[in-house]
Design a protein around this ligand. Structure first.
Ligand SMILES: Nc1ncnc2c1ncn2[C@@H]1O[C@H](COP(=O)(O)OP(=O)(O)OP(=O)(O)O)[C@@H](O)[C@H]1O
Ligand SMILES: [Mg+2]
Length: 211
């Protein structure tokens, strides 16, 4: 990764933690109009993200190990994952090979009782075999800042929809929908979610036609 990535509202900086490659994710207050409220929201999101990371790790999901939670500094420190964002990995000539893994990983996240909240291609890290000796090749998931602990099919369907829209917007050439949904659909819990997805999408089209 670049030394510092500035996302929507977080600044992610490469650092070390007891000699291990790490990143520090710092969230700024967005506005100075309601400083107390903003500070409280930032701290709540930070704690929620930390809780979800721990829950995901406990379920055996590929997430960065959490090293430090520092609400006063609005900062999380976690393991720095080798590899590149899925957004970049999908641009390689064999990029489509990641799609089944992506669908399967989203199903595993949902099966663990977690809804990600922002499952776009920049919130997954893809590592190839050659990325780091001894490191696991494959996909990992980051950025649970908008996530929730829930088994709600409607929220799961919204995750799927955001992921499909992110893929269709940034990688239309991949025709990602089928491989993604086929892999997601292999999970026992998928049927109800896929039904909700169709309903969500129909509602979206209906609203579009009505203007
Ligand atoms: N643990 C990590 N290992 C490697 N790279 C990371 C890690 N965490 C973040 N990054 C890099 O930094 C970028 C931004 O991180 P992240 O997605 O967590 O923040 P954000 O999108 O700004 O957050 P939010 O959506 O919560 O405001 C990622 O897309 C990725 O490139
Ligand atoms: Mg992000």
């Amino acid at each position: 990764m670049a030394l510092a990535e500035r996302g929507a509202e977080a600044v992610v900086t490469a650092c070390e933690w007891h000699g291990r490659p790490a990143v520090a994710k710092h969230r700024n207050r967005r506005s100075y109009r309601h400083p107390d409220l903003e500070t409280r929201l930032v701290v709540e999101r930070l704690r929620a993200e930390a809780r979800l990371l721990e829950r995901a790790a406990g379920a055996g999901l590929p997430v960065p190990a959490l090293y430090v939670v520092d609400p006063a500094a609005a900062t999380l420190v976690m393991a720095r994952l080798p590899g590149e964002t899925l957004e970049r990995a999908l641009r390689a000539s064999d990029g489509a090979r990641w799609l089944p893994q992506l669908g399967e990983l989203l199903a595993r996240i949902h099966a663990a009782g977690i809804v990600h909240g922002d499952p776009t291609t920049s919130n997954f890290i893809a590592a190839g075999d050659g990325d780091e000796p001894g490191a696991n090749a494959g996909l990992a998931v980051i950025d649970f800042g908008l996530g929730a602990a829930t088994d709600d099919d409607e929220q799961r369907a919204t995750d799927l929809r955001v992921m499909l829209e992110s893929l269709e917007a940034h990688h239309p050439e991949l025709a990602a929908r089928e491989p993604l949904l086929a892999a997601y659909g292999a999970w026992d819990g998928a049927a109800g979610v896929l039904e909700r997805l169709v309903a969500l999408e129909q509602r979206g089209r209906y609203n579009l036609v009505r203007g």
